[in-house]
Design a protein around this ligand. Structure first.
Ligand code: KG4
Ligand code: ZN
Length: 339
């Protein structure tokens, strides 16, 4: 057991995630989510999220320790998401991490949430191949990242210029009356629908458009207009066909740009992460297109794709492994932290 035992704390959005890893071995991944408290608002309410983190923190830490069969005294280092995310939510995690680190006299690492989404795959598929390309798609971000070194060198190539991919799923689900969060239910509905039923627009795929940026707001509006048009004509809305056609448009653009980024930058490995990477159609199309392009694809299981503490612990352990300098107790909660 020479590998470091690291406890990771994630509170950037609505999940209080506590992960415990030894090196690249996952020992515990406890999550308390406040998603149900936000459902009636149709989106995450920052103040509600912060309060929920505060209440869930200590019980979730205890649950993770119990699952891992270790005590706080066994922990070698603490890692915590320092940004980006909701400022108040981040503060709760950062304050807890500093408290534990001080009480235990152990090093603490403030880490980047996006880099953690990339590093988590080590817990499932072994050492991260570097450089790799990462497509991170969630309710808060849609980014293409080039990753020469996950602990110190993560380069953003492109991101969304308006809505995040997951946000588009959530908004379209609302238009279809399917509830929140929208991704999982659209994924399910789409299985009964025809992805070619309606030709929805593919944003930013013209020859003069930014090669690695995304835009989903036009697509969301196109879906809303199409549904309104049906209602105006007194026609029923074919929910499964709309869901499938919308999902196809999102997934087509995401995979096309990710593979293009790999090709143009000479990168042979693509990694998917973020809540939308749980999408079954995205996984299938990425697998197909990567195979055709000779690119290896790594996708963590859905439970590791959404926000969790294990990803933060995984990156913390990698920081220890690569002898990165720990943070001081002045870790910020940086809501707009770049990678
Ligand atoms: O990573 P995550 O748990 O939280 C952040 O936003 O950081 O991602 C949540 C997002 C939501 O927008 C949700 O609708 C979407 O991921 N999502 C999905 C699926 N599961 C979750 N989107 C498409 N298909 C899914 N199966
Ligand atoms: Zn995330």
């Amino acid at each position: 057991a020479d590998e470091p035992l690291v406890l990771g704390i994630e509170t950037s959005c609505d999940e209080t995630g506590i992960g415990i890893v030894r090196g690249t071995t996952l020992l515990a991944d406890a999550v308390a989510s406040s998603v149900d408290e936000h459902a009636r608002f149709g989106g995450v309410v920052p103040e509600v999220a912060s309060r929920a983190h505060l209440e869930a923190m200590v019980p979730t830490v205890h649950r993770a320790l119990k699952t891992a069969g270790v005590t706080m005294a066994d922990i070698d280092a603490i890692a915590v998401t320092s940004g980006p995310g909701l400022a108040g939510a981040l503060l709760v995690g950062v304050a807890a991490a500093k408290g534990y680190a001080m009480a235990l006299d152990k090093p603490v690492y403030g880490v980047n949430h996006l880099a953690a989404h990339v590093c988590v795959d080590q817990l499932e598929h072994g050492r991260l191949p570097e450089p790799c390309m990462a497509l991170l798609v969630s309710g808060g971000h849609s980014s293409l990242l080039m990753v020469p070194d996950v602990t110190s060198d993560v380069r953003p190539l492109g991101s969304t210029i308006d809505d995040a991919a997951g946000e588009a799923f959530d908004k379209v689900a609302r238009v279809l009356g399917l509830g929140f969060p929208g991704g999982p239910v659209i994924d399910r509905k789409a299985r009964e629908g025809d992805p070619d039923a309606i030709a929805f627009p593919r944003g930013l795929t013209g020859p003069r458009d930014a090669a690695y940026d995304f835009s989903f707001s036009g697509l969301k509006t196109a879906v809303a207009r199409w549904v309104e048009g049906r209602a105006r004509d007194g026609q029923p809305v074919p929910v499964a066909d709309v869901a499938a056609s919308f999902q196809e448009a999102v997934v087509d653009v995401l995979t096309r740009k990710a593979i293009r980024a790999c090709r143009e930058n000479g990168v042979e490995h693509l990694l998917l992460g973020g809540g939308v990477a749980a999408n079954s159609r995205l996984r299938a199309m990425a697998a197909e297109r990567c195979a055709a392009a000779g690119i290896s694809l790594r996708v963590p299981r859905p439970g590791l794709c959404t926000d969790n503490g294990a990803m933060v612990a995984a990156l913390g352990a990698e920081m220890v492994n690569r002898n990165r300098r720990p943070s001081l107790l002045d870790i910020p909660a940086d809501s707009s932290m770049p990678v």
